[in-house]
Design a protein around this ligand. Sequence first.
Ligand SMILES: [Zn+2]
Ligand SMILES: [Zn+2]
Length: 122
Amino acid sequence: MVYRLGRFGRFMACSGFPECRNAKPILNLIGVPCPKDGGEIVQKKTKRGRPFYGCANFPNCDFTSWERPIPEPCPVCGGLMVQAKARTAKCTNGDYTGPIPGGRAQQVAREEEQELATAGSR
Ligand SMILES: [Zn+2]
Ligand SMILES: [Zn+2]
C-alpha cells in the first residue's frame, strides 16, 4: 500500500492503482465524537479544497461543520463546541462563546494553524 494524492486528497491505494481498486480514503480523524450519533468526526475537503468537518458515518449521518469541533464539551450545556477563532470556542447550541477550556484544544488549534500555513505555502 502506498500514499497517493488524488482528487479527493490523500488516500491509501494499492501500488497497483488504478488497476487495483483496493483504495480507501484515509480518514482524517480529529478525535471528537459526532454529536448526532457518536460516530467519528473526520476532516474532509470540498472540491475547492476548503476544509470542513463531517461524520464518518455519512451519508447515514448528515452532521457537518465548517468550524473544527473541539474535544472539550460546552461548559454550559455539555454540548459540542467548535473552534470559532484561533483561541475561541463556541457551543453549537449557541449558549457559550469564549476561550477554549483546557490545554488539549489549544494544542489542536496550534496544529490547525500550522496545517493551514503548510497548505498555504503549497
Ligand atoms: Zn454522526
Ligand atoms: Zn452549550
